[in-house]
Design a protein around this ligand. Sequence first.
Ligand SMILES: [Zn+2]
Length: 748
Amino acid sequence: MKNLLFAIVISISAVSIYAQTNILPTPSFVEYSEGQFVLEGNALTIKSGTFTREQLRVLETHFNTQGIQIKETDSNPVVTFFQSKVVLPEAYGIDVGDNIRISYSAAMGQFYGMVSLLQLIDHSEENVLILPKIKIEDAPQFEWRGLHMDVSRHFYTVEEVKDFIETMAMYKFNTFHWHLTDDQGWRIEIKQYPKLTEIGGYRDSTVIGHYTDTPRQYEHKKYGGFYTQEEIKEVVAFAAELHINVVPEIEMPGHSRAALAAYPELSCTGEFQNVPGLWGVFDDIYCSKEESIEFLQNVLDEVLELFPSEFIHIGGDEAPKTRWNDCSKCKNVMEQNELHDSHELQSYFIKRMDQYLTERGRKLIGWDEILEGGLSPNAAVMSWRGEAGGIEAAKQGHSVVMSPTSYCYFDYYQSSHESEPLAIGGFLPLEKVYEFNPIPADLTKEDAKFISGGQANVWTEYIPTYDQLEYMVYPRALALMQSLWCQKKPEYSEFLKVYLDFHESYLEEREVNRAASIHIPELKIERAHDGVAYSWWGLDPNEEFVLGDSYNHTLGGIFYIKNGESVQFDRGNGYHSLMLEYNGDQQITYNLHESDILGAETEMNPAPHKKYNHNASLNLVDGILGTERWKGDQWLGFNKPNVEMIIDLDTITSIDFFTIGFLNQNGSWIYLPDSMKVSVSDDRIEWTKVKEVAIEGDEIVNRIELQLNTTGQYVKVEVIPMEKIPEGRGGAGSTPWTFIDEIQIFTK
Ligand SMILES: [Zn+2]
């Protein structure tokens, strides 16, 4: 596929490629000519019967948003279509001269041509439709362009799912990955096993707040729902009209507590346990015995009837082997099949499903854990735990869909601002999504052919409403699509301009909720002489912000600060509560906690992990204290033992008091260190130990306060984490993460 496409691009690439249009994803080739195409009235005519009724309805709705009507006619339409056999099925061309011509080879290209035409129209004058005279040739780089939706953790109605699919289609996504089953709810009617939805479709409580919060609190209210087979058919048919394939996911052998609540006999212990209202990974999974395999294959039989998709997703991730290791039936399966351990047993389990789907003319796809132990050649892998799984799968010749957490997890925070709704954690701003390249850098050209595309995953533990789901997806999905569609995408700044100029208001008019996080001015902190300098950077270079200091008044009350202009805060000047007003009426508050080492030179050994190294050592002395809801920029994260930090106080100083903060969020494998040592020195050669303390605390954020009463120019802090995370706790057996923020020192 890619070679053919390459030929098309080569043949047209002699002219400038990045002439700007409003079309997202950015087309491969754009060429403007002199003049405009002007049409009186607001109706675009097309030949009757060009599109199906449903397609026409969707196109009409979207053109109407732009104030344009689509009308079918039997004579001389304004928009004409030409079918050509040489272009790829999804490719299309638009030629606007004295009339509008769309070329395509298959129905999806024809549809995409109309979608791009919609974004091309500059309907600036009343009752006159204006288009630039333009030639566009376009085709996608990747064939798998997906968005995923988890309907287990939270449930969305058929109408919401269809709305989601419709917006996807307007941005040329072609794959909807429907995560239908998980621990917290089974959402697809299976006629042979009615209890799956009767019992497995509902939980009687849901955890409130973050699942790592202590103590945990629950809302004790029945929650759930499911889709009937008729509803599923309706969604699949609707998606097909919009050229979107629906890939169903039936999770196995893990993430199966909802199914096991309905049929406890399929677990290893056989004991009844309810559908959990807590998020996470659970020990109870399907037993590997023949009855469970048969059950799942029966379920798949009904799934195959409903979903024509070539690929069927079977999950395969996060399946603890605790129960299997203790189960006599599982041990029997291992013996009979000469399997050495429970990991080989997982591989055996997946292979049984692989074989079952293959015999029925389908292909298995699963999360990258399914690679462990080998797969049939036609099985595909979805790489989520970074890029390594994808690279390995491609090397083995499996088709790969890239969805690494670092670029594709839309359940992560999109800004560090406190107005962001509670999320699972992580930090994935729009700009980072834009950097995504589905082809990992260290993959050979030969192996890169196995990367079929990418997708973003939308896990919904912390997304209770459809409105919030859209907020998490847009505008990030548009940035993602640039990576999936474009041969060579324009700079982020160009994408941003097109998004802001056209698509932001388009989404607004379409009532698609979206994050306005990019509009929040970004705070930049730099070292300054004897302190730190803060500056705020908004999207509009000419914007002026209002800055007020409601606590300390060092700034003299309220004043105006230009975009990018900095304001200095000196050491030892107390506490500030800063209020920034932007965009007319929006406000942000920052709490600046000063100390006598604000902006001091600080060394760290080892360096923090690159994912959690925002602003490097300055982060430790920038006046902003790490808070509970961390979003990637407040805390420095280390995953190597014994972190050493040295702070330079400039001159030999009389030191009074010392504080340091640690994060304790075990669900994310972040633990308090075992202990900590503080030493001082006048010359960085001879060190005197001042304090050595064990670290204890029950809070998520623990600030340790030490009275030092000493003197020195250098203060050394050594942090000693526990060696390995103990059994029975999140991340057992791994090196714990240590998250540190803000060291404060107060002098006499
Ligand atoms: Zn078992």
